[in-house]
Write a protein that binds this ligand. Structure first.
Ligand code: GNR
Ligand code: NI
Length: 176
């Protein structure tokens, strides 16, 4: 049993998912506590990434951990505050994405195949990460959340509306 409190995950069509999160001035104990809680919330969901908007917080904080996909591997959390894409490849990658805020809907999304991200780590230290493959899609998906952007925004209007409608129906059923 974990002693870390978790957050409730916000789903569509909540307007907080369309808002822009604000930069943190520094990574202090309160931000670290938020990062720990977000990580636990993400593990419980389960998901491989989570952005602050998804737990009703509008600061530029995200967490990721792709390690749980490989069985028996140790946890490998990545914490980021104020992430910024400082380089992206011309090469494009297509991967199936899902989102905890758009339950049970998957779609192929095109993104730059490789990105380099500058951020503040758990200790408030400047760090950089070069990502490709699933990690690249995940970090771009999470930074999008901080800008109020959802993966369905990259799809045709028809496909986007269909996925949002289906997800909202599922969310309503969960409340009843
Ligand atoms: O759990 C998640 N899986 C995922 C798969 C492909 C690309 C991005 C993601 S992130 C998602 C969790 C989530 O909604 N994060 O915001
Ligand atoms: Ni998401």
């Amino acid at each position: 049993m974990s002693e870390i409190k978790t957050y409730e995950i916000i789903t569509v069509p909540d307007p907080v998912l369309r808002q822009t999160a604000q930069a943190v001035s520094r990574v202090d104990d309160a931000i670290r506590k938020q990062m720990d809680r977000m990580l636990q919330t993400m593990y419980d969901a389960p998901g491989i990434g989570l952005a602050a908007n998804q737990v009703n917080l509008l600061n530029r904080v995200l967490v990721m951990d792709l390690s749980r996909r490989e069985e028996g591997s140790a946890a490998a959390p990545i914490f980021m505050a104020n992430p910024e894409i400082i380089w992206e490849s011309e090469e494009i990658s297509v991967m199936e994405e899902g989102c905890l805020s758009i339950p049970k809907q998957l779609a192929d999304v095109e993104r730059p195949a490789e990105v380099r991200v500058k951020y503040l780590d758990y200790h408030g230290k400047e760090a950089e990460l070069t990502a490709e493959g699933l990690l690249s899609h995940c970090v771009q998906h999470e930074i999008d959340h901080l800008n109020g952007v959802l993966f369905v925004d990259y799809l045709s209007r028809l496909k986007r509306n269909m996925l949002l409608k289906k997800a909202e129906k599922i969310c309503k059923q969960q409340v009843l």
